[in-house]
Design a protein around this ligand. Structure first.
Ligand SMILES: C[S@@+](CC[C@H](N)C(=O)[O-])C[C@H]1O[C@@H](n2cnc3c(N)ncnc32)[C@H](O)[C@@H]1O
Length: 234
């Protein structure tokens, strides 16, 4: 049972305004010349379905059956197939070797320790064919973000509320989301870009680019980092 099961039906309305990353990941998928692409934490298919609709095979891994059910329904509506598998980010149930592994929309922040983060990186590395790439995005909050949201219920979308508790010492965010029918609380952990970089290198990746936004603007110290990495030494 995953905590996301409780908000599987709420996830799409909740994340409705998050659209800026779709074209970016689609472009990365197209760079492979046809895939297949593995998406770790595929969720409801926000990214996977547009990639599949472009004719590129996607294998989507997620620990939430509820999220995968919504994804399957959305894929059917879109008339595409996504190969959905229940599994963990750290041990994706995939035997194929692929040219691209992606982990969009900060899913890596669900990993709480360096050991877990490294397990995701080594797992992704294992899935990649020579010269294969691993692309993901994460964030670290700035002071203004913390000040604006700390301890308050804020209406993110009509009828959908978010509550953030930031622990700057532990660098964790306890984020709750609710509507009239459901509520769930998740724990997210953030790192500095230098720490992500060090872990990536330890996991066998070299960094092709670290962007600060999905338009490929270089990272200049803001909240988001978007990492395009490849297997080192290929
Ligand atoms: C923020 S959502 C992102 C979903 C999708 N990638 C998107 O861009 O909309 C995070 C997803 O990661 C999944 N997830 C969280 N922890 C996981 C784990 N340990 N193993 C597999 N999936 C996990 C959740 O179930 C959820 O679907």
């Amino acid at each position: 049972m995953s905590s996301y099961d409780a908000i599987a039906e709420l996830y799409d309305p909740w994340s409705r305004s998050v659209v800026e990353d779709v074209a970016f990941y689609l472009e990365e998928a197209r760079r492979t010349g046809g895939g297949p692409v593995v998406e770790l934490g595929v969720g409801t298919g926000r990214i996977a379905i547009p990639i599949a609709a472009d004719g590129i095979r996607v294998i989507g891994v997620d620990s939430s059956r509820g999220m995968l059910d919504v994804c399957a329904r959305r894929a059917a509506l879109a008339g595409v197939e996504v190969d959905l598998r229940v599994g963990d980010l750290r041990e994706p149930p995939v035997d194929e070797r692929v040219p691209l592994v992606i982990c969009p929309f900060r899913s890596l922040l669900h990993m709480q320790t360096d050991e877990d983060r490294l397990a995701v990186f080594t797992g992704a590395h294992r899935l990649l064919a020579p010269a294969g790439r691993f692309v993901f995005d994460v964030f670290a909050p700035d002071m203004a973000d913390i000040a604006q949201t700390q301890g308050r219920w804020l209406e993110r979308e009509p009828g959908i509320f978010e509550h953030a508790v930031w622990d700057q010492q532990a660098r964790t965010l306890t984020l709750s989301v609710r509507d009239d029918e459901s509520e769930m609380t998740m724990a997210l952990a953030w790192l500095s870009p230098d720490e992500w970089r060090a872990l990536l290198e330890e996991g066998g990746f070299e960094i092709e680019a670290c962007y600060g936004w999905f338009d490929r603007t270089p990272y200049r110290g803001r909240e988001d980092t978007i990492w395009v990495t490849r297997r080192a030494g290929d």
